[in-house]
Design a binder for this molecule. Structure first.
Ligand code: PGA
Length: 249
């Protein structure tokens, strides 16, 4: 990662967090927690977006959502629109996370609709891609990533986008990709994005923690982290932010 890259460390709380805990978490963050060259964002559950919006913006931490529906409004019981996320103070929205692909069966066609709707509302999507263990073992990693990125084919290249490479076998498992695997796969992702006319930031995700963050963030082609479990405590999340700052610096 070159020193002029603006790296993003984003915390995906998944289905965790109640109001009191969230407020205590924000209080634990320093006044200006982001070191130079590192941007910080948090993606709490929908119920915490609005209450966290102001306290986080006062600390220069960006807010994001973990999902969205693609329609603007109407009879879609239980869904949240991109404009509602903007209204609640969001800058980012995570799309294509493997838990939504695998558990909720979101496919490329749906993810593309969500991407377009998010851009229309002024959100910056963080598009997650990643292979399952059996796909890696069968030597199909690049093929899977290419297929997931193919939704960007024909999409205007100037829309704000961050990509997160998250090997599915590394998510929540305590296993991380080796630096060699990370360097090789990120190089492929950047190459594919260039072919699609995009030069966007690529984060790494999957069991990033305070102990491994610096080595992962120092890998060529890695421009930040999407952190799940280790973002649930302010202290460990901030240790990852500091590790990223050391890797950038
Ligand atoms: P993890 O989750 O850090 O708990 O592995 C990462 C993610 O799902 O984004």
């Amino acid at each position: 990662m070159s020193s002029d890259t603006r790296c993003l460390v984003a915390g995906n709380w998944k289905m965790n967090g109640l109001l009191d805990e969230a407020m205590a978490y924000v209080r634990e963050l320093r006044e200006n927690p982001a070191p130079e060259h590192v941007e910080i964002a948090l993606m709490p559950p929908f119920t915490l977006l609005y209450p966290m919006s102001k306290p986080l913006s006062e600390k220069n931490v960006r807010l994001g959502a973990q999902s969205v529906y693609f329609e603007e409004k109407g009879a879609f019981t239980g869904s949240i629109s991109p404009m509602m996320l903007r209204d609640a103070g969001c800058h980012y929205v995570i799309l294509g996370h493997s838990e939504r692909r695998d558990i909720i069966h979101e496919d490329n066609a749906l993810i593309l609709k969500k991407l377009q709707a998010s851009w229309k509302a002024g959100l910056e999507p963080i598009l997650c891609i990643g292979e399952h263990l059996e796909e890696r073992e069968a030597g199909r990693t690049n093929e899977v990533l290419r297929e997931q990125l193919s939704i960007l084919e024909g999409v205007e290249g100037d829309k704000p986008l961050t990509v997160a490479y998250e090997p599915v076998w590394a998510i929540g498992t305590g296993k991380t990709a080796t630096p060699e695997q990370v360097v090789e796969t990120h190089a492929f992702v950047h190459e594919e994005l260039a072919r699609l006319g995009r030069d966007c930031r690529v984060l790494y995700g999957g069991s990033v923690n305070p102990g491994n963050a610096e080595a992962l963030m120092a890998c060529e082609g890695v421009e930040g982290a999407l952190v799940g479990g280790a973002s649930l405590k302010a202290d460990s999340f901030m240790q990852i932010v500091e590790a990223a700052a050391r890797a950038v610096g």
